[in-house]
Design a protein around this ligand. Structure first.
Ligand SMILES: *[C@@H]1O[C@H](CO)[C@@H](O)[C@H](O)[C@H]1NC(C)=O
Ligand SMILES: *[C@@H]1O[C@H](CO)[C@@H](O)[C@H](O)[C@H]1NC(C)=O
Ligand SMILES: *[C@@H]1O[C@H](CO)[C@@H](O)[C@H](O)[C@H]1NC(C)=O
Length: 356
């Protein structure tokens, strides 16, 4: 009992010094109805460069989806506690600050029933290589879920220095997951599309999303958010042509003309023959293509993030990513993918094929 009352004192101190801040509100039809559900996908990988003895038994799938349940404004911590304190230490935040951020995403909420409507479109997501888990992109992926997408983030629970091998492993996880998806949807009685998906990701996860699109006919279109391309996407020949819709969304410096700043952002666009956009964001750096850009608004600035207003960067990323999938998966055209607009003044249109 003594222990209990002490805990109560400690938590009331925390509550009084750190005011709970919600992540930005979602805008879709299901804005108060987004669920999160985690699954361990058993898959023995004997060539995992990140695991001890190079053998990993599983990876994690985190599903964000529209749910029948309403959140009624109830908020819960948006990062799991371990991740919250890890990032506080890495980015020099006051302990407890990131852990205090909340969201109204509902853990294990029921799936919508299939009814007679078309299935919800499915998106696969992959975060950056250095332990940037799907949760660090909660704002973007939950916004997409509020508009009716089911978004599955794939995380490998190990970090690593060997980027090209992790890239190959990411593509393997994606293929394994897509094989597993029909069975998973059946188990969950969840009404999402298991035949065709869009793929996107940040940094290494963005490069792998495009990498997977080449040979996997289940992937219809792909977005790379500021990642250096690898493998086939990085060669400067017609082999780099994905022959499917692709979008590069990146920082201002990723013009591709400066060899010291990632030449693959210059070569890849040259070879695309299908629908293609390359859109850069003024004032954004690599860090701004994740929830880190929102963390700036909590503390004023974050090391290595750019000067762009974090709230605007969130709105811009949310809108551009959704517009691309609305168009390439659902056939809904959107002018924001074609030219600068008053609403999104930070965008630089750097390359395109085919108008929407
Ligand atoms: C699955 O998604 C694809 C691509 O958006 C679409 O063409 C197909 O009709 C969808 N399947 C169902 C059953 O809704
Ligand atoms: C290329 O990028 C490097 C690294 O950011 C920078 O120092 C250099 O000035 C840039 N060169 C040009 C021509 O923009
Ligand atoms: C940042 O952008 C948001 C949304 O566009 C705006 O409401 C806010 O005033 C901006 N903040 C600053 C400091 O300019």
């Amino acid at each position: 009992m003594l222990f209990g009352s002490r805990l109560a004192v400690v938590s009331s101190v925390l509550v009084s010094t750190i005011e709970a801040i919600n992540i930005p509100p979602r805008t879709g039809h299901y804005r108060y109805q987004v669920g999160i559900n985690k699954h361990v996908i058993e898959h023995l990988n004997a060539n995992d460069p990140t695991a001890s003895g190079n053998v990993s038994p599983s990876f994690l799938a985190t599903i964000f989806y529209p749910t029948a349940a309403y959140s009624h404004g109830a908020s819960t911590p948006y990062l799991n506690p371990g991740l919250g304190s890890l990032y506080e230490a890495r980015w020099n935040f006051t302990p407890g600050l990131l852990a205090s951020l909340t969201s109204t995403v509902q853990k294990d909420a029921p799936f919508l029933s299939a009814g007679d409507q078309t299935l919800f479109s499915t998106l696969l997501f992959g975060g950056g290589g250095g332990g940037h888990a799907t949760e660090c992109y909660t704002i973007l992926v939950s916004e997409l879920a509020s508009h009716g997408y089911t978004v599955v983030g794939l995380d490998h629970p190990w970090t690593t220095p060997l980027i090209e091998e992790v890239y190959a492993m990411r593509m393997q996880d994606t293929a394994v997951f897509l094989d597993h998806l029909p069975k998973l949807a059946e188990e969950l009685e969840a009404p999402f599309n298991t035949s065709y998906v869009g793929a996107f990701g940040g940094s290494l996860g963005g490069a792998a999303a495009v990498g997977s699109a080449y040979d996997d006919e289940r992937i219809l279109s792909a977005i790379n958010m500021d990642g250096t391309f690898f493998g086939r996407a990085a060669v400067s020949t017609s082999d780099a042509d994905v022959q499917k819709p692709t979008l590069m969304l990146g920082m201002e410096g990723h013009t591709g003309v400066n060899a010291s700043l990632d030449i693959t952002w210059g070569t890849f666009p040259r070879w695309q023959t299908d629908y293609f956009r390359k859109i850069l964001v003024k004032g954004a750096t690599h860090r701004d293509f994740s929830d880190i850009t929102f963390w700036k608004t909590v503390r004023g600035s974050v090391r290595d993030a750019g000067p762009i207003n974090g709230t605007r960067q969130v709105e811009t990323m949310n809108a551009i990513v959704r517009a691309f999938f609305d168009f390439t998966l659902l056939g809904i055209p959107s002018p924001v993918l074609d030219a600068p607009s008053k609403e999104f003044p930070d965008l630089i249109f750097h390359g395109r094929n085919k108008p929407t």
